[in-house]
Structures are given as C-alpha cells and as structure tokens.
Design a binder for this molecule. Structure first.
Ligand SMILES: Cc1cc2nc3c(=O)[nH]c(=O)nc-3n(C[C@H](O)[C@H](O)[C@H](O)COP(=O)(O)O)c2cc1C
Length: 403
C-alpha cells in the first residue's frame, strides 16, 4: 500500500505507482486530504487500476482502515510530510492513512520530503528517531536543490530507489549471492530490413522472475527480446532482437552464472538469406527458405561446467509428456510447462505452471505471474541447493558458486 501525504513531491508518487505496477506489485493508494491538493486521486487510480482512498469518507466496508492494514504486505508513505511524520510518531489515528499505519502489522517504510529547515528541525528529527526506534524504515531524504529554492536535505528519494528499497524489504535471501541469467520475450528474425518473423511472447513471465529473483537477493542479468515492459529495479538488462544475438548475449555472461532460466520464446527457424533490400510486392507467391536457429537452452545445458538450467515449454497439448520429453532432449534440470493458446499463456497477467524435474513434479495453480515467479524460484532454489550438496559429495564442478 502506498500512502501519499501533502507535499510538492506527491507528483513523483505517480511515477512511483507506475514503476511498482510495472514490477508486478498490486498497489492501493491512500491519500491524506492535503495530498489531494497536490495530485488528483484519478491519477493514482488510473495508474494502479485499484481504488484510491482519500479519507474516511471513502470507507467502503465500514472497516477499511483495518482491511487495508491487513491487506498490505508493505506500507510505504511517499512523500511523508513533516506533519504526517509527527502524527505517526505520536501514534495518532486522526486520518485514514495514520489509522492504517497504526493498525497494520506490515513493515512500514517512510520517504520524508520537506524543506531542509523543516527536516533539520529538532522536532522532526525527534519524530524520525522515535519512528526508527520502533522499526520503521526511513528511505531518505536525499539532499539537493529544493522546490522552494533552498539547497539541503529534504528531497524525496527518487521512485527507482524507493522501488529498490521495497524489493529489498521483501528479500528472502533465498538466492543471496547467486547469479542468475534470465532470457525473456520474443525474438525477431529479419526477413528483410523492415520485416521480421516474431511471436506473441510478452516477456511478462521472464520479467516477473527477474524481479522476484532480485527480491530474493540474487544478482540478475536479463537478456530480453523486444517487449513493452520496464526492466525491474536492480536488474541488469541487455536488449537483443534475433535468436543469434540472444545466444551471444547469454554466452557472454554465462561463465560465472549459477542458474540459467530460459523463458524467452526463441525462434526455432529464421530466414536463411534475409533480403538486403525491402522485398517488393509481386503477383506470384513468395517462398521463404528457413533454417534452424541454435537452441540456447540446449547449448547452455551442454557446457561444462554449467549452471543449473531451467527451461520453459509453451504447449498446446499433452503438457506433461511434452515437458518431460523437452527436459530430456535439452538436458535441462527443470522444465516449467504452460498451456498456450485460447487466451492462455502469452500476453496475460496470470498463468498456471507444471514444473517437472528428474524424479518430481509440482503444479503451480493459476495465479498472477508475479506470484508464480516467487513459487517457481522456491523450487529452483531447492533444486540448486540439492545439486550443490550432491556436487560437494561427488566433487563434480557442477556450479562454481555457493549460495
Ligand atoms: C505549496 C505547499 C507545499 C508544501 N510542501 C510540503 C512539503 O514538501 N513537505 C511537507 O512536509 N509539508 C509541505 N507542505 C505543508 C503540508 O501540506 C501541511 O503540513 C499539511 O498539513 C500536511 O498534511 P498531511 O501530512 O496530512 O498530508 C506544503 C504546503 C503547501 C501549501
């Protein structure tokens, strides 16, 4: 949940909501009355796709302060005005936001934003110390030029840094110190300088896994085909187009990689001889000669030593058999199979996955891709830990890094 209080920096909170949603978060915004004088509730509603609360009068259930307090995994107040800091420090419940903050058991993060003299004032400093002493996490403020013309501490931390702080607050440490390389999105294979062969992959699953892996403490490098998604905070990303460029980018960063997750929908075939000039329209039929591309997952799985290799299988039929066959054929450690077609799989926000590995399987029922990513990584971390311990027993250099 995002609390927005009354300060100039409230305009930055709109961008913050956009970035949080892009990272897969469900964001509900609670504004103070003063905040509504700086930014309209509709802005937050449109960006979050969720209802927005501007005070007690927006109470829908009669118990919204308790419902919101229980619903939230995290509460971030950004900007946190001097007045809101003071009221939170006192434990007041004189508006909806303060009441939710008092009623919640979720971790509370505050991003103060105010004039430098207000920030430096002993009253504000005492309030901040009191809040920090209760385990509230202070994010910022940053120092620099202020809207009033002063220079000094009091600027709200930038949205990117706040997204990162939230991600870190979720960090399970499950993959701390582990390096992941993840491919995502479609590839484009040139037919001529203006046309390509592509596919319907949106990249949402791969980006959700990248965000969840980062939140679990991993170092994440994403190799992405062309998608309309924002790179999750803290994730390094190389944008590529063709299957060959994706393979090259993966091989360039696979040396010190512990876990490789191939979610990209990579073209199996590409035009054998893309035209150098735009192909002109003609009356006769046109034939394209296609040649196979190099299989990225199988290539990485054949390396020695190699990372733990996880592949995705998009199937329209016989999910389990095809997933098991694909795992054996590619030499992967685990395959996450999903049904595609009829509105399932690609371009959707939720999905269902069947995970198969040697001697086991697990069905992850339909839910958001963000939640699936977390569940998938739990299984991946299990497999990784198991392989590390069996490598230690047999002294085989399966992976080079320990978790
Ligand atoms: C133009 C203008 C800008 C303001 N900017 C800030 C600010 O950046 N930080 C702050 O703490 N208060 C600022 N204030 C004062 C707060 O809006 C005021 O203290 C208000 O009571 C805060 O209420 P809230 O904490 O319930 O949102 C500003 C006031 C005005 C009129």
């Amino acid at each position: 949940m995002l609390g927005v209080s009354g300060g100039i920096a409230a305009y930055k909170s709109a961008e913050l909501v956009r970035q949080l949603c892009a990272a897969g978060a469900v964001v509900r915004v609670v504004m103070t009355r003063a905040a509504t004088e700086f930014v309209g509730a509709r802005t937050f509603q449109a960006l979050s796709g969720e209802p927005v609360w501007c005070g007690w009068s927006d109470d829908r259930s009669g118990m919204d302060h308790i419902d919101l307090a229980r619903w939230a995994d995290r509460i971030l107040v950004a900007p946190a005005s001097a007045d809101t800091l003071a009221r939170l420090a006192q434990g007041r419940a004189d508006d909806l936001l303060a009441a939710v903050c008092l009623a919640t058991e979720a971790p509370l993060l505050l991003a103060p934003a105010m004039n430098q003299a207000m920030w430096r004032h002993p009253a504000t400093q005492e309030n901040v110390q009191r809040l920090a002493g209760r385990g509230v996490q202070l994010c910022g403020p940053d120092a620099g030029e202020q809207a009033c013309g002063d220079v000094g501490p009091g600027r709200m931390r930038e949205p990117e840094a706040l997204v990162e702080a939230l991600a870190e607050s979720f960090a399970s440490g499950l993959l701390a110190g582990v390096k992941l390389v993840i491919t995502a999105g479609p590839t484009r294979e040139a037919v001529d300088p203006v046309r390509f062969l592509g596919n319907r992959s949106s990249g949402k699953m791969g980006y959700a896994i990248a965000a969840a892996a980062r939140a679990a403490g991993a170092r994440v490098e994403l190799v992405s085909g062309p998608v309309a998604l924002e790179v999750p905070a803290g994730v390094a990303c190389e944008q590529v187009e063709s299957a060959q460029a994706m393979l090259d980018a993966v091989l360039a960063r696979i040396n010190d990689c512990d876990i490789f997750i191939a979610t990209a929908a990579v073209a199996d075939y590409r035009p054998a001889a893309p035209a150098q000039q735009k192909i002109k329209k003609q009356a006769e039929a046109l034939s394209l000669q296609l040649e196979p591309t190099t299989d990225i997952l199988a290539t990485v799985a054949a390396l020695a030593p190699r990372p733990l290799c996880i592949g995705f299988a998009a199937e329209t039929e016989q999910l389990e058999q095809n997933a098991r066959r694909k795992r054996m054929h590619k030499g992967a450690d685990m395959i996450a199979a999903n049904r595609v077609g009829d509105g399932q799989g690609f371009e959707t926000d939720d999905n269902e996955l069947l995970l198969v590995w040697e001697g086991g399987e697990r069905l992850l029922p339909r839910t958001t891709k963000a939640r699936l990513a977390v569940q998938l990584l739990e299984q991946v971390a299990n497999l990784y830990a198991r392989r590390l311990s069996s490598d230690n027993e047999t002294s085989q250099p399966y992976a080079k890094h320990s978790a």
